[in-house]
Write a protein that binds this ligand. Structure first.
Ligand code: LLP
Length: 431
């Protein structure tokens, strides 16, 4: 199967981490997010161990919690020795309420409000990743008021296009995040930061994009960043302690996606960085990365029930399920590819070409087009694989559909980590 935690059992059912998917659907109902906790931990360990080994002591992953945010995931991040990247006060609140230490949090985003900044600093946030001048001033003012000094990294754009999908490409010059190196604005802004009395500039951040399958774009970004560090040293005498290279490696959603050895890629990036630091006379900084999807995506499977199968003569067949863009908007937004199968008939010949449609009331609310399944019937359990990232975290109540629960699997046991939303939840804020 696509990933080693997936198999077909003796009943011909999909098994996730050895647990029968059909029995999970019967026990908890559908739609249902299933998350293999052991897989999440294994993915985290690859980054934690190889970053320490190859980049050196202090280097570690920040889990990009935008990929999947709920209390349980922050507990796992803490236990596995990851810091976290948060982008909103809601993610901050969730992490704090899970007991995640604020000092190990990095606050991202291109518009942190004054209230966000106060909330984060009152909570003892480790770092802000500063994106703009207004925010820098607000942090300085509040730190002055509190009589403290706040650690920050500065977000810069190295101007790299890693040839990924446009909408998830954030390292180019023309984007709303950070300061451009190419235009000279990053260099000038560092001068402004160094004038601040209550801010300590510990290093720099860049994020070049998502779904990167080899080390080359990271090496290219590192080249530009280390040259920039050398410039900062020359111009301001600044010794950069931390270099954050942004989001993690890509994830295999379908068979045609490449298999990637993350540890080996980290080793290659590390030897590249070592060589550049020596060449440019820059002290080797602590290296951070911010993997999100490669920590959680392949640990997730979504289970749905088939409701109807409709063939439009001369056109195509639609299989409708009991979830949709409300729990997985990624096909509607990005035409993202997924692997789809019938969990209760996983051994049967898949020769029925169809489009899987969600239950939301609009024609673009599809989950996948042109997939092959055994001809489904009402009541079959349809599984969409590799849904651990950017599904629950991007879910909505569109059409007043309740968000599904998250069931976590560990050591062959299943437990509810996020309960199913109820109709009362839907109206809880309505006055
Ligand atoms: N760090 C920063 C600053 C980011 O902007 C992102 C993703 C990450 C880390 C994590 O990247 P990852 O390791 O997950 O690839 N909703 C889109 C993804 C948007 C990602 C935006 N930033 C999707 O569903 O594909």
């Amino acid at each position: 199967m696509l990933h080693t935690n997936l198999s077909v059992n003796e009943k011909g059912h999909l098994a996730i981490a050895g647990v029968d998917a059909v029995s999970l659907a019967e026990k908890y109902g559908t739609p249902l997010y299933v998350l293999d906790e052991d897989r999440v931990r294994a993915n985290a360990r690859i980054y934690v161990d190889s970053m320490r080994k190859y980049f050196g002591e202090g280097s570690r992953p920040l889990y990009a919690s935008k990929a999947l945010s709920f209390r349980g995931i922050y507990k796992i991040a803490a236990e596995e020795g990851m810091c976290v990247d948060i982008v909103s006060p809601g993610e901050l609140y969730t992490a704090l309420s899970a007991g995640f230490p604020a000092k190990d949090m990095f606050f991202h985003g291109n518009n942190k409000t004054d209230a966000d900044i106060r909330y984060a600093m009152d909570s003892g946030i480790g770092y802000f990743i500063v994106d703009n001048a207004e925010e820098l001033n607000a942090i300085e003012d509040y730190a002055a008021l509190c009589g403290t000094t706040q650690d920050i990294l500065l977000r810069v754009t190295p101007g790299i296009d890693p040839h990924t999908f446009e909408a998830v490409n954030t390292g180019k010059v023309d984007c709303q995040f950070g300061f451009s190196i190419e235009t000279g604005q990053a260099r000038a802004f560092v001068g402004e930061i160094l004038k601040k009395k209550h801010i300590r500039l510990r290093g720099f951040h860049c994020h070049i994009g998502s779904q990167i399958f080899d080390q080359v774009p990271f090496c290219d970004a590192a080249d530009i960043m280390i040259r920039f560090l050398a410039e900062m040293k020359k111009q301001y005498g600044l010794l950069t302690e931390i270099l954050n290279l942004g989001g993690g490696f890509g994830v295999r959603y379908v068979d045609s996606d490449p298999v990637i050895d993350i540890a080996e890629n980290i080793r290659l990036v590390a030897s590249h960085i070592n060589a550049r630091c020596i060449e440019l006379g820059v002290a080797h900084p602590v290296i951070l990365m911010e993997p999100g999807r490669s920590i959680v995506a392949d640990a997730g499977v979504t289970l749905y029930s088939v409701g109807s199968v409709k063939t439009i003569d001369g056109y195509r067949s639609y299989v409708s399920i009991d979830g949709g863009m409300s729990d997985n908007p990624r096909y509607a937004l990005y035409k993202s590819q997924y692997t789809v199968l019938l969990a209760n008939r996983a051994n049967e010949n898949a020769d029925f070409l169809c489009t899987v449609a969600g239950r939301c009331c609009e024609s673009g609310a599809l989950i996948q087009e042109n997939v092959l399944l055994p001809r489904p019937v009402r009541g079959d359990i349809l599984a969409v694989l590799v849904t651990g990232a950017y599904n629950y975290s991007m879910a909505s109540n569109y059409n007043r559909i309740c968000r599904p629960p998250i069931v976590m699997l560990s050591n062959g046991e299943d437990r509810i980590a996020v309960r199913r939303e109820t109709f009362e939840d839907l109206t809880a804020c309505d006055l």
